[in-house]
Ligand binder design. Sequence first.
Ligand code: GDP
Length: 207
Amino acid sequence: MLATLANVRFELGVAQLAQLPPDRGREIAFAGRSNAGKSSAINALTNRRKLAFVSKTPGRTQQMNFFRLANGTYLVDLPGYGYAQAPGGLRREWGKVIAGYLQHRRALGGLVLIMDVRHPLTSLDVSLLDWFTPTGKPILILLTKADKLSRGEATGQLTAVRRQVAQRYPTCIVQLFSSLSRLGVEQAQSWLAALLAQGVQAQGGPQ
Ligand code: GDP
């Protein structure tokens, strides 16, 4: 377990931009379609069984939930987006709060985008990639629930998604993941730790 991701705790739920903590330090946001496996992924990555289920408690499902790590950085769990909406509905559904946060937050170092390996790149995922990519910040796509496919099928999906994002979304990297089997957990933890460490260095050390 990487020390960076240890000792995480829920700190704050944010429903309006005015409630955001000061825009300094370093945070990484998690987004994905509802039920894609985002809470399970956050729990697996932080080695906590129930941490991100805070985000599923009444009153918190539409909030951005800030989880503070030991070094003063944050993981930010964004509300899951639905799958019944028409393309282009992402902005409306999530509201201006989330859009404003993702596009303008300086402390935001990058985005983890969770997709069910069996249903990757839905129209809402693509909308999100379309408007986050211009920030130039790195994106880690986790193709989760990989345990539900054979190894060959999962690798096939990985190759297909990598091919689809390569041209249009050059800031993306894509990997297989499973919260159940823990496939890809260490790889994703390394990505998070490296990105969080950059923020801490930029400030001249932990706060
Ligand atoms: P969220 O709505 O995106 O936060 O999704 P959850 O983390 O609550 O997961 C939705 C459902 O998928 C739950 O029933 C989880 O147990 C299941 N799930 C999540 N990740 C995995 C995984 O890696 N493998 C399997 N087999 N099931 C998973």
